[in-house]
Design a binder for this molecule. Sequence first.
Ligand SMILES: CC(C)(COP(=O)(O)OP(=O)(O)OC[C@H]1O[C@@H](n2cnc3c(N)ncnc32)[C@H](O)[C@@H]1OP(=O)(O)O)[C@@H](O)C(=O)NCCC(=O)NCCS
Length: 177
Amino acid sequence: MSASKLVKPNAAYKQSYLEALDEFHAEGRYKSLSRSEIEKNFDKYVEELNTGKRYLRRPFVDWVEPVPETVLWLVKKDEYIGSITIRHRLNWHLEKWGGHVNFTIRPSMRKKGFGKKILQKGMPYICYLGIDRALVLVDPLNIAGQRVVEFCGGEFQDETQKTDRFPARKRYWLQCG
Ligand SMILES: CC(C)(COP(=O)(O)OP(=O)(O)OC[C@H]1O[C@@H](n2cnc3c(N)ncnc32)[C@H](O)[C@@H]1OP(=O)(O)O)[C@@H](O)C(=O)NCCC(=O)NCCS
């Protein structure tokens, strides 16, 4: 049986990535990513992810300043399963919403252990990027997300309250070294 692995975004996974994007859209996620645009310009999209240019187009009004990020895809048997995004540092916005690390598994592949896998496999990359401790923010209602972070050694700090701009979040720290 082939193992799952983290790879740089790659046009070889185009078909399954687009199918996954349909699944994400169906659950209301990543609405700012246009499927037709991405399908038409997939090579460019992949290049932008790999050269760290996509973050410059973030739609967040509160973003304040761009932060470089590394995006990796979890794949298995030539199929896209999920993404992990590692921000190289925090900014004002990311401290409250986003954190250093974000991971997502496509809906049809959830509850099979891939959530744990993607963060577990992402840890060496987080540390390699020189992040001594990585902030992960999880919705208090998101039990699966919390279990994944705890499985990977995340230390719970506290729970932030909802504000006008930001939702409530549980704050965890992942330690390197
Ligand atoms: C969070 C997420 C990545 C988990 O992915 P997954 O592939 O289902 O995770 P796993 O299969 O590794 O399951 C991890 C644990 O969560 C549990 N779990 C999974 N889905 C669950 C759910 N809907 N409700 C409660 N527990 C759940 C699993 O049983 C497992 O528990 P265990 O520790 O007892 O074994 C996935 O739900 C997702 O992509 N959600 C949207 C994005 C997100 O919330 N990201 C996390 C914040 S950055």
